[in-house]
Design a protein around this ligand. Structure first.
Ligand SMILES: [Zn+2]
Length: 81
């Protein structure tokens, strides 16, 4: 568990993630949950930090910080976005 956590934290600093995040926010520039266009984050859909490959390839959704924090996944993905 701890090792996986280090892995995904490192992933958030990679160019690959930054590119995916930028593409996601360009593709879907509003929060999927509440519709705001402020403080947006790219959130993973239905994956956990144990699934390292899924982290890289999984679909993303756009959520604002508030909706992301409310989502169940936020417990696992904190520090991302
Ligand atoms: Zn929202």
């Amino acid at each position: 568990m701890r090792r996986a956590e280090q892995g995904w934290r490192a992933f958030y600093r990679t160019d690959a993630w930054r590119r995916r995040r930028t593409e996601q926010l360009a593709h879907e520039p509003t929060c999927r949950s509440c519709g705001t266009d402020r403080q947006l984050q790219a959130a993973h859909v239905g994956v956990t930090p144990k699934e390292w490959e899924a982290f890289i390839t999984a679909p993303l959704q756009t959520l604002c910080i508030r909706c992301h924090a409310r989502s169940r996944a936020a417990e696992n993905w904190r520090g991302g976005g």
